[in-house]
Design a protein around this ligand. Structure first.
Ligand code: ADP
Ligand code: MG
Length: 453
């Protein structure tokens, strides 16, 4: 059996026996051997969910993530494991991660051993006392953006560093997903535009909406479109970025972010890659990480009236990694599955992309729709680009414009596939074995409907 056949056999075995931790590890080994690190990471991730293999897999995951440059998560996981049990290998791994992070500064004195290492790093990156102001300006500011709003007098320019998203997108740009749009309308837009009606029913705004689903299906796009619908400001923050950039100061940053949103309302505040917060499970109380999560919770809780004009969204491809504390009432208690476009939505997306290419309007869109079941929005764009490239290449070599043809699309179809399939395989296991409180009921119905259950 060649490597691919082994992998396929393992996947089949795991479909029948997904609680088999060692088998997931074995799959990870095979995937690594074939050079598929992303796949290996996913497989190891699965075996971290199984008690028997959790710790060994956790260690393995730390190394893989570190190799993959996913340092924020690697660090968090290494720390969590070290909180449970000291381990020289892991300690060395942690030091390596901290070294790779380089510019990151840990100022939290509560961190034990790793803090000392990080503090040494801090000496390297903090401007020496005698460095000129101009030099300081020129540096990538490690912590400066936080200092401003965290201090007594907020710096008005502070917010300029973000991409506020001038580009206006509305629901009409998002193809399909009618149920999701309806839920966003009911739960986010309407409470904002009709606060009195909601109050009459004893409901107050507050809380947020968590979107999950395979990558490339429009979660970020929907959050942006919600802001567009309301002509609200859109602020998108990646959790990984907060961890990487504002290490040791991130709770101040989070506070500043919320304060900024409150004083510039309405603002859609969107937290991307929200699963990064979930790696906190099992961590000690003194960890910086706990402080950060608590700060997030504090900003979301107890100050409902102040948050009234702050519309909170979060998105994740890995809802199973989201800290359950965030799912309680008043927080991200509303969870929405964002799925790949259905046939009608695919027709819309394809029509729009193809219209931008020579000859694109003459193509048989319905034929492409039929061949792209479960393609994500991003996959469809990629498909069109590939087909377009073939025609572009012909045009460049011949010196005259060549139309995109159905043959180009067909060739591109042969080279692409739905990137959501991998996600469905992983998600199915979580939905089968970790569907506490029916949290994945939507997913179960969907998987059944697309015959992936
Ligand atoms: N339903 C959709 N309608 C239109 N475009 C879509 C849709 N889903 C995805 N896309 C396209 O794919 C891109 C990637 O989507 P994105 O929102 O970043 O996905 P996610 O956040 O779920 O990973 C979007 O910018 C958009 O161009
Ligand atoms: Mg996204």
């Amino acid at each position: 059996m060649n490597n691919d056949a082994v992998i396929q056999a393992l996947r089949q075995a795991l479909a029948a026996d997904p609680r088999n931790g060692p088998l997931w590890i074995h799959l990870a080994d095979q995937l690594m051997a074939g050079g598929d690190r992303a796949g290996a990471i996913e497989a190891v991730r699965m075996s971290t969910q199984i008690r028997e293999t959790a710790r060994a897999a956790g260690k393995r995951l730390v190394s893989l993530l570190r190799e993959d440059g996913q340092l924020a998560e690697a660090l968090i996981r290494a720390e969590a494991l070290l909180d449970d049990d000291e381990d020289p290998d892991l300690r060395a791994e942690l030091e390596l991660i901290l070294e790779l992070r380089g510019g990151a500064v840990a100022s939290d004195a509560d961190l034990s051993a790793p803090a000392e290492i990080a503090a040494e790093d801090a000496d390297d990156v903090e401007p020496a006392a005698e460095s000129s102001a101009a030099e300081e300006e020129a540096r990538e500011p490690a912590l400066a953006p936080i200092a401003a709003p965290g201090a007594d007098e907020p710096d008005e320019n502070w917010a300029d560093q973000f991409d506020w998203g001038d580009l206006r997108v509305t629901f009409s740009d998002v193809a399909g997903l009618d149920d999701v749009k309806k839920q966003i309308n009911l739960r986010i837009i309407a409470p904002f535009t009709n606060p009195d009606v909601y109050r009459a029913f004893g409901r107050d705004g507050g809380g947020g909406l968590l979107m999950y689903g395979p990558p490339g299906c429009g979660k970020t796009y929907l959050a942006r479109a919600t802001a567009g619908e309301l002509s609200a400001r859109f602020v998108s923050v990646s959790i990984h970025e907060i961890i990487d950039k504002y290490w040791g100061e991130s709770e101040k940053y989070v506070h500043a972010l919320f304060e900024d949103a409150r004083s510039n309302s309405p603002t859609v505040l969107f937290f991307d890659e929200f699963d990064a917060l979930g790696a906190s499970r099992g961590r000690g109380d003194n960890s910086f990480w706990r402080v950060f999560v608590d700060q997030m919770l504090q900003e979301m809780d107890g100050v409902d009236s102040r948050n009234r004009d702050v519309l909170l969204f979060a998105a994740t491809n890995m809802p199973w990694n989201v800290d359950p504390a965030f799912r309680r009432p008043g927080r991200f208690d509303r969870v929405l599955l964002v799925t790949p476009p259905d046939a009608e939505a695919r027709r819309q997306i394809l029509t729009k992309h193809l219209a931008e290419m020579p000859g694109g309007r003459a193509l048989d869109v319905d034929a492409i729709v039929a061949k792209t079941e479960l393609y994500t929005g991003a996959d469809l764009r990629h498909l069109c680009e590939r087909a377009g490239e073939a025609a572009l290449e012909l045009s460049l070599t011949s010196g005259e414009i060549h139309d995109v043809t159905q043959a180009h699309v067909k060739a591109a179809l042969g080279k692409t596939q739905s990137t959501a399939l991998e996600w469905f395989a992983t998600a199915r296991n979580h939905a089968r074995y970790a569907n506490e409180g029916g949290q994945y009921d939507d997913l179960v119905s969907y998987l059944k409907a697309i015959r992936k259950w």
